[in-house]
Design a protein around this ligand. Structure first.
Ligand code: BES
Ligand code: ZN
Ligand code: ZN
Length: 504
C-alpha cells in the first residue's frame, strides 16, 4: 500500500472512497465535510439526518455519491466528542473507516487529515498516525490459506491524504514517511511472530537478520554454538540443548553518519518455541508459544527500518535465538550454569528460560559498555496477569532512562506501566549453591523475579527491561490490527532512538 499527500480541494478528489468526519452531536458538518456536503447538494447532511448518525467514535456511514463528485463513495466517520478528542480517538475512528473502505471493495482511498489542530494533535503526528493505521489496521496474514480464485482479494492499494493548504504539505509528508517506516517495521515483526515455530526457527531468524543487514548495509555477526561456547555463553546454550534446531546468536550494528551522540543496545528474547522444557507447560499455555520470540522480532524489525529514520545514535541489536524443548540432552532442574559474565544460575524451573538466555545476551551487550541497554521479552505470564493484554511492564535500574522509554512508547500508542524492583524481590532469588536461582521463591512477585535476575547481567549500565508478554498477542482486534501477534515494541524503539536516545 502506498500512502501519500496531495494538495487539492477535497470535493475534487478522484477515488473509490473518500473519508470525511463528524464530531459527535454535530448536525451541520463543517470544514472539509461541509465542502463535500455542498458539492453533493446537501447529500451528506440529509443522510446523516435520515440515518440518525450520531458521530460516536468509530461509527461509520457509507454514502454513494451518484456522480455528484469524482469520489464514488464517501465514508463519514464519527470522531466522538470534540472535547475528548485525542490520538486514541483518531486511531480508533480512522481504523474503523479504513476497514469499512476495504470491506466496500475500495482500491483507492482518499482521506482528510482528521483532527489535526484539534486538542494537542499536530499535523505531523496526525499524518504519521494515519500512515501507520492504514498499513496496520488492514494487516492480514494469509500465506498459509489456499487461494480462493472465484472471489479475488479486496485490497486497498493507495491512501491519499487530501490537504487544501499547501503550507501543510511538508509536515504531512514527513509524518507519512515516519509512519510508513514505523508500520513497515511492525508488519515485519508481526510476520515473524505469526510464522509457525516450524518455519521461524533460530536459523530463519538469523537468515532474516542477514538479509536485512545486506539490504540496509548494516554490520552483522551470527555466532553458532561453538562460537558461543568459546565466549562462555553456557546459560544461553543450556536452554537450546533440548532442541534439534541449532541455536544462533545474532548481532547487528548501525552507526550514524556523523559522530554518534550515544550508543544504545537493544536486546530481544528469541525463544522460537517455549514448551517449558522438563517443567513442561500444559497444552493450553503452550498453544501460543511460537510467540516467545516477539522481543527478537521487535528488535530485528527495528533494524529493518533504522535507515529510514537515521537516528544520531549508534545501535547494537542482540538476539540469542534458540528453542526450549525436551530430549535426552535438555537442561534439567537443579543444574547450574555459568553465564558469560561469570555469574552462576541454578535452574529451578526450565520454563523460566527467557531470563537464562538473556543472562548471556545482556552480558554480551554490557561488555561493549553502551550508554543504555533496553531489552524486550515475553518474559512472564505474571506480567500479563498484572497488566493485561494492552500494557508493557517496565522495570529498570535507571529511572531517568525508563521515563524516556515510557514516553516514547505512550506517544505512539504502545502503553507502558512500571513495576518496582525491591531489595525484597532481590532476596527471593538467592540460591544455596549458586549465585542465584532462575525463579523466585514463595511470595515473590512474578514479573519482578525475572527482572531482578536480569539486573545481574547489565553491570552498572542504565537498563530498561520491557516485559511484552501481554501486548505481544491480543485476543481481540484493536485499531492497530487483528487478534493474534501484534509486533509490539518496534515502533517504541524507533521513536525512542529517533527522538529521545541522544538526550539520555
Ligand atoms: N514465555 C513464557 C512467558 C509467557 C507467558 C509469555 C504467557 C507470553 C504469554 C516464559 O518463558 C515462562 O514460561 N515464564 C514462566 C515463569 C515461571 C516459571 C517463573 C511463567 O510466566 O509462568
Ligand atoms: Zn518459559
Ligand atoms: Zn518463554
Amino acid at each position: 500500500m502506498k500512502v501519500s499527500c496531495k494538495v487539492e480541494k477535497v470535493e475534487k478528489s478522484n477515488c473509490d472512497v473518500l473519508i470525511v468526519n463528524l464530531f459527535e452531536g454535530v448536525k451541520t458538518p463543517s470544514g472539509a465535510t461541509a465542502s463535500v456536503n455542498s458539492a453533493t447538494d446537501n447529500l451528506i447532511k440529509e443522510v446523516i439526518k435520515e440515518e440518525e448518525f450520531k458521530g460516536s467514535t468509530g461509527s461509520t456511514l457509507l454514502i454513494r455519491t451518484k456522480g455528484l463528485i469524482p469520489a464514488k463513495k464517501v465514508i463519514v466517520v464519527g470522531l466522538g466528542e470534540k472535547k475528548k478528542f485525542d490520538l486514541w480517538a483518531l486511531r480508533k475512528a480512522y481504523a474503523a473507516a479504513i476497514r469499512k473502505a476495504k470491506a466496500s471493495g475500495a482500491k483507492t482511498v482518499s482521506t482528510i487529515l482528521h483532527g489535526a489542530g484539534e486538542g494537542d494533535i499536530d499535523t505531523r503526528e496526525a499524518a504519521q498516525t494515519i500512515a501507520e493505521i492504514s498499513q496496520l489496521a488492514l494487516y492480514d496474514f494469509d500465506k498459509y490459506k489456499s487461494k480462493d480464485k472465484k472471489s479475488p482479494k479486496k485490497e486497498v492499494t493507495t491512501v491519499t491524504i487530501i490537504e487544501s493548504s499547501k503550507s501543510k504539505k511538508k509536515a504531512i509528508d514527513e509524518g507519512i514517511k515516519r509512519g510508513s517506516a514505523f508500520a513497515k517495521a511492525q508488519r515485519l515483526a508481526r510476520d515473524l511472530v505469526t510464522e509457525p515455530a516450524e518455519a521461524a526457527t533460530p536459523t530463519m531468524l538469523a537468515n532474516t537478520a542477514r538479509k536485512i543487514a545486506r539490504e540496509n548495509k548494516l554490520r552483522i555477526k551470527v555466532l553458532d554454538k561453538a562460537q558461543c561456547k568459546k565466549l562462555g555463553m553456557n546459560a544461553f546454550l543450556a536452554v537450546g540443548r533440548g532442541s534439534d534446531e541449532p541455536p544462533k546468536f545474532i548481532e547487528i550494528k548501525y552507526t550514524p553518519k556523523g559522530k554518534a551522540k550515544k550508543h544504545i543496545a537493544i536486546v530481544g528474547k528469541g525463544v522460537t518455541f517455549d514448551s517449558g522444557g522438563y517443567s513442561l507447560k500444559p497444552s493450553k499455555a503452550m498453544d501460543t508459544m511460537k510467540m516467545d520470540m516477539s522481543g527478537s522480532a521487535a528488535v530485528i524489525a527495528t533494524m529493518s527500518a533504522i535507515k529510514d529514520i537515521r537516528p544520531d545514535v549508534a545501535v547494537t541489536m542482540i538476539v540469542a535465538a534458540c528453542e526450549n524443548m525436551v530430549n535426552g540432552h535438555a537442561y534439567k532442574l537443579g543444574d547450574v550454569f555459568k553465564a558469560m559474565n561469570g555469574k552462576t544460575i541454578e535452574i529451578m524451573n526450565t520454563d523460566a528460560e527467557g531470563r537464562v538466555t538473556l543472562a548471556d545476551s545482556l552480558s554480551y551487550a554490557a561488555k561493549q559498555k553502551p550508554d543504555a541497554i533496553i531489552d524486550l521479552a515475553t518474559l512472564t505470564g505474571a506480567c500479563v496477569v498484572a497488566l493485561g493484554d494492552y500494557s508493557t511492564g517496565v522495570m529498570t535500574n535507571n529511572q531517568k532512562l525508563a521515563n524516556k522509554v515510557i514516553e516514547a512508547g505512550n506517544e505512539i500508542g504502545e502503553r507502558m506501566w512500571q513495576l518496582p524492583l525491591l531489595d525484597e524481590d532481590r532476596a527471593k532469588i538467592k540460591s544455596p549453591i549458586a549465585d542465584m536461582i532462575n525463579t523466585g521463591s514463595r511470595g515473590g512477585a512474578g514479573a519482578q523475579n525475572g527482572a531482578v535476575l536480569l539486573e545481574n547481567f547489565v553491570s552498572d549500565i542504565p537498563w530498561v527491561h520491557l516485559d511484552i508478554a501481554g501486548p505481544a498477542w491480543i485476543d481481540s482486534p484493536n485499531a492497530y490490527g487483528p487478534k493474534g501477534p501484534t509486533g509490539v515494541g518496534a515502533r517504541t524503539l524507533l521513536n525512542f532512538l529517533d527522538k529521545y536516545a541522544s538526550k539520555i
